[in-house]
Design a protein around this ligand. Structure first.
Ligand SMILES: [Zn+2]
Ligand SMILES: [Zn+2]
Length: 318
């Protein structure tokens, strides 16, 4: 019995090795971590400026074939916003979400009115005597508030910048077509983590320390995005609002690519199970998808934690 199981296992292994040799897939030098090429057809073409181009670019001194993708970072498959409520009587449908210690909260007027209790700090007061909420209402106010050193005038504000303010900015992603796995992980470079299939940027964690120090909050909309002056609309959380590509097995859908060319997948699989093991960056490997990442839970302020591939580049034209 044991012997026949062993033979069966050997046959299955041989078979699975053979079926891995598809044309889109390459193995890394040590043959231990499989990688799968970027599929540019997953991107929504109307969200990409021009065509996705192929270019050879030097990454870590090595000529690497990359996709060059330019976007305006504007979502089209869902509405962008709302973010800040305007009055403490308004319900959660008039505003977005905020997060603290791994949890997601609806930013209702009630939530804004009780920030002093929420953060156990009586200096919080984002509303006026008539119950109206102090919200940045123009480009100038957005520029004064949406930065690490929040201007004094915008302390105790709900910070909201509109996608329209920065809609002419472009973001260009240069992504290695065949990702290269590295044993040592690395931090994100300037600019971001990667992008969703609608061309909107996935950003590193929002700088909550600076935001909260000025007694401001900068809510995300229900889709996990908000706007800053450097590239416009971007995501800090994955909430299932953007284009997803279903997998043929039970695995979670792919939702975008990291700047190193590895796929980013949703967290939960079709049976609502979470991955049992994820490495320091939030990635793991399987036979079908090779090495890939899973987006963190929305309350974590962290889509993925670091990169295990050689990163391409993100350039923002302001
Ligand atoms: Zn942000
Ligand atoms: Zn996975």
């Amino acid at each position: 019995m044991i012997k026949s199981s062993l033979i069966l296992l050997t046959i299955m292994l041989l078979f699975s090795c053979k079926s891995n040799q598809k044309k889109n897939e390459i193995l890394t030098n040590d043959n231990s971590i499989k990688t799968v090429a970027v599929n540019k057809d997953y991107f929504i073409s109307e969200n990409i400026i021009g065509e996705i181009k192929e270019e050879k670019i030097k990454l870590k001194g090595v000529e690497t074939l990359c996709y060059v993708i330019t976007t305006n970072s504007q979502a089209t498959e869902h509405q962008m916003g709302p973010w800040c409520p305007r009055h403490i009587d308004e319900g959660k449908e008039k505003a977005g979400i905020w997060f603290s210690e791994g949890k997601v909260y609806d930013v209702s007027g009630h939530f804004i009115a009780n920030l002093d209790e929420f953060y156990k700090d009586e200096k919080w007061k984002l509303f006026r005597e008539d119950g109206s909420i102090k919200v940045t209402e123009s480009l100038e106010e957005c520029l004064g508030a949406a930065k690490p050193n929040v201007e004094e005038a915008y302390h105790n504000y709900c910070v909201e910048c509109l996608p329209d303010y920065f809609k002419n900015q472009t973001t260009t992603y240069t992504i290695p077509i065949n990702p290269m796995y590295q044993e040592n992980s690395q931090r994100f470079g300037r600019g971001g983590i990667g992008l969703a299939f609608n061309g909107v940027k996935f950003d590193p964690p929002a700088p909550t320390h600076a935001i909260l120090a000025a007694h401001t909050i900068a809510p995300l909309d229900d889709h996990g995005g908000h706007v800053n002056p450097h590239g416009g609309y971007h995501y800090h959380a994955v909430t299932g609002s953007t284009k997803e590509i279903e997998q043929s097995d039970v695995h979670a859908p792919i939702i975008g690519y990291a700047i190193d060319g590895f796929g980013i997948y949703a967290l939960a699989d079709k049976d609502n199970h979470m991955p049992s093991y994820l490495d320091d960056c939030g990635g793991h490997s399987d036979d079908i998808r090779g090495y890939h990442y899973h987006a963190g839970a929305p309350g974590g302020n962290q889509i993925i934690k670091c990169l295990h591939g050689i990163p391409g580049e993100i350039k923002i034209q302001e």
